[in-house]
Write a protein that binds this ligand. Structure first.
Ligand code: ADP
Length: 183
């Protein structure tokens, strides 16, 4: 959340404008229509949404950070109040740096929720000023999960109704390439 104050020349009194900025972090390996739905809904509510592509050296991804950032930028392209970043450290550090206090997480069900709830407790302990907002998925996206989509794509299954077309193409390219990937 950022606060801006300016003086209205005609009315001659200060106007306080509160900008609600939110961050939506994830692996996005790859981005799915479920992620996109959360981004669209968040961008309709908040003034600015920062989509943060996580780069965690302990984790194995099939798409590197640049590829995931590229796909995300393509997908959110037309939404003026959404910006995408890569971040290789704690999300709370990104939030501190960018002065953002709202963290959005998507939930598909109780399994997601219990995991996300614990994460939110940890983040709150690290940075007490932040609030986590849980957004329930839309029912049609409830089964969309990056890991299952990768598995389906690895068997040349049709993922065109699960991911944006730029991602479907990238998955096709990735799995038609020489060596196999660990999913
Ligand atoms: P995944 O959980 O699929 O491996 P990420 O770590 O990239 O994906 O997820 C980033 C955020 O998006 C998390 O909060 C996750 O719960 C949420 N998310 C993932 N898929 C969906 C979906 N289909 N609907 C709503 N939220 C989702």
């Amino acid at each position: 959340m950022g606060k801006y104050i300016w003086f209205d020349k005609e009315l001659f009194y200060p106007i306080l404008l509160i900008m609600f900025k939110a961050v939506f972090p994830g692996s996005f390996d790859p981005p799915t229509l479920g992620h996109l739905n959360i981004i669209e809904r968040a961008s309709a509510i908040f003034d600015e949404v920062a989509v943060v592509v996580a780069e965690n050296r302990q984790k194995k991804y099939i798409f590197n950070a640049e590829e995931r950032l590229f796909m995300m930028n393509e997908i959110v392209n037309s939404r003026g109040n959404v910006r995408c970043f890569v971040w290789d450290s704690l999300i709370v550090d990104f939030m501190r740096q960018e002065n953002i206090r709202l963290l959005i997480r998507g939930v598909r069900g109780m399994d997601d929720f219990s995991h996300e709830f614990e994460l939110s407790m940890m983040n709150k302990a690290l940075y007490p000023d932040i609030e986590t907002i849980f957004m329930a998925t839309e029912p049609r996206y409830i089964v969309l999960r990056s890991s299952s989509i990768k598995e389906l794509a690895s068997f040349q299954g049709d993922v065109s109704k699960m991911v944006p077309s730029v991602v479907a193409k990238a998955l096709k390219r990735k799995f038609s390439m020489k060596d196999q990937f660990d999913i």
